[in-house]
Design a protein around this ligand. Structure first.
Ligand code: AMP
Length: 217
């Protein structure tokens, strides 16, 4: 099978993490989530983690240089293995330009940028009930995608947690942050002929079927 090299765009809660996990499982591509990487740094109490935490809790974007440093290392380590799925990066035009430079240095290029779309009321409902595994990172929803045993991951038995930024007030800030800083990337990639819109307002299986069609998987 061909390696997939994909960037996932779309607002928080649209399902990027879920779809990236499914793509990783099907193709072996490295799922690279800058949100997960930053949460890991926060948990370890590193200098970038301490810097990032205040922005994350407020629903704002972490400064470009902090995120880019973290991502650059990961792309160099894993980006060439079996392809990659970038989830939550880039989120600003500055990051998109830097990513292009990193790709050029590494001699790789993305096949496709998938823009996941769903109406805001669907997104707010998803974020409100979202839970994540503290062990493997798998994402659940208390109603739409519950685990077999409440609070416990089906895959690794890890404990599920609710993210600090998945509360009503921070959800609203994050959606506005997306509109202001990240939505312009849709045109940026459309102009390069790389963008495909994906309807992501139903279940993960339907969305994943769309994704597979677009990627010829
Ligand atoms: P996510 O898990 O993708 O929803 O990201 C959670 C939070 O991490 C975001 O609300 C931002 O504060 C921060 N974050 C993740 N990725 C980025 C990025 N590419 N640029 C800036 N901040 C980011």
């Amino acid at each position: 099978m061909e390696d997939v090299k994909v960037i996932l765009l779309g607002p928080p809660g649209v399902g990027k993490g879920t779809i990236a996990g499914m793509l990783e499982e099907q193709t072996g591509a490295a799922h690279m989530s800058t949100g997960d990487m930053l949460r890991e740094e926060v948990k370890k109490g590193t200098v970038p983690g301490k810097e990032a935490e205040k922005y994350m809790n407020a629903g704002d974007l972490v400064p470009d240089e902090v995120v880019i440093d973290i991502l650059r290392k990961r792309i160099k380590e894993e980006g060439k293995k079996c392809g990659f799925v970038l989830d939550g990066f880039p989120r600003t035009l500055g990051q998109a330009r830097e990513l292009k430079r990193i790709f050029d240095e590494e001699g790789v290029s993305p096949d496709r940028v998938l823009n996941l779309r769903a109406p805001e009321h669907v997104i707010v409902q998803r974020l409100g009930g979202r839970r994540q595994c503290s062990g493997c990172g798998r994402i659940y929803h208390v109603r739409n995608m519950p685990p077999a045993r409440e609070g416990i991951c089906d895959d690794c038995g890890g404990e599920l947690f609710r993210r600090a930024d998945d509360c009503d007030e921070t959800i609203r800030v994050r959606l506005r942050t997306y509109e202001r800083q990240t939505a312009p990337l849709v045109d940026f990639y459309r102009e390069q002929g790389l963008l495909s819109d994906i309807k992501a307002d139903t279940g993960p299986e339907e969305t994943f079927n769309e994704v597979r069609k677009r990627l010829d998987l």
